[in-house]
Design a protein. Structure first.
Length: 306
């Protein structure tokens, strides 16, 4: 659902922006687990007009960054800002990310730019959002795709001095371990992975003790579009998360997933719902399971370790 200041962008709104004197920077961030290069191949086969491609592994992560040894650690803010400027994202640009999996990869780009203050600086036109329904919604609306590579955008001016020099609202493994049982920890992975029935990539099946199963697609309707603010507030209220519990006077909310990517979909949904921003465990289960920490299996959250 879209409102004037929503981080969710409809196909209709994006089409209007594309026809404006200063069109947005559209970013294709399609990515597929265990298939290096497949996202870029899908981009070359067909993408939104003028879209550039950014890769989750190469552009939105750093192997030695915050959240290591997880699979998608955050790069330093300075490195990330340099990468965005090199891709052609500059001051005053509207930035719209999209994927084909309900927005959970695009939410990572949104979270990173928003977290550093992009779109909050009062610069005319500056905005960052996620295309509701992704490329599927664009095609279903009868809008055209382009094929092949996009001409590189020129290096853009992006004012690092007015963006944050550190990631906000994040937590690392040891700090989270000490708080298990006193925070509401959401696990955005699919339920079979949460229960430990399957594990395609991380060392051990299961979940972080005390984590609640909250697959990211709970935030979507049957057509893969984001639910409206009221419906989202009701969903989170069922898990005991409301305006007070989400970072207010109640328990802090921490989001996690496999590698700190689909967890940002909950950040996006909670922003849309008007709830305070949750804390992101960047390393998530990939960091936890690679570090010798205890894990729980089955449908129940389990008790705090030790």
């Amino acid at each position: 659902m879209e409102t004037e200041h929503s981080p969710i962008v409809s196909v209709e709104r994006l089409a209007e922006w594309l026809a404006s004197p200063r069109p947005p920077v559209i970013v294709d961030v399609r990515w597929y687990l265990g298939k290096p290069g497949a996202g870029r191949a899908a981009y070359l086969e067909g993408h939104l007009p003028g879209a550039i491609f950014l890769d989750l592994d190469e552009d939105l992560s750093d192997p030695n960054g915050l959240g290591a040894p997880g699979r998608h650690p955050l790069p330093s803010p300075g490195v990330f800002i340099e990468r965005m400027a090199a891709a052609g994202i500059g001051d005053g640009d509207r930035v719209v990310g999209y994927d084909d999996v309900g927005g959970w990869v695009a939410a990572r780009l949104w979270w990173m730019l928003d977290n550093l203050g992009y779109g909050r600086r009062g610069i005319d036109g500056e905005w960052v959002g996620v295309l509701d329904g992704g490329i599927k919604a664009w095609v279903e609306a009868g809008a055209a795709l382009e094929h092949g590579d996009q001409a590189p955008r020129p290096q853009a001016g992006l004012s690092a001095a007015t963006l944050a020099d550190g990631w906000r609202g994040v937590i690392e493994r040891e700090a989270l371990k000490a708080r298990l049982g006193s925070v509401t920890l959401l696990d955005a992975r699919g339920a079979p992975r949460y229960r430990g029935e399957v594990e395609p990539v991380d060392p051990l099946p299961g979940h972080i003790p005390t984590a609640v199963s909250a697959p990211f697609d709970m935030n979507l309707d049957v057509n893969g579009r984001m639910l409206g603010p009221g419906a989202l507030r009701a969903l989170y209220a069922e898990m005991g998360i409301d305006a007070e519990a989400a970072g207010g006077v109640g328990r802090d909310v921490v989001t996690s997933c496999g590698s700190g990517t689909s967890a940002t979909h909950h950040s996006l949904a909670m922003r849309l719902a008007g709830l305070p921003d949750p804390i992101l465990y960047v390393g998530s289960y990939s960091d936890w399971s690679r570090s010798g920490e205890p894990v729980a299996t089955g449908p129940e959250p389990g008790d705090p370790p030790g």
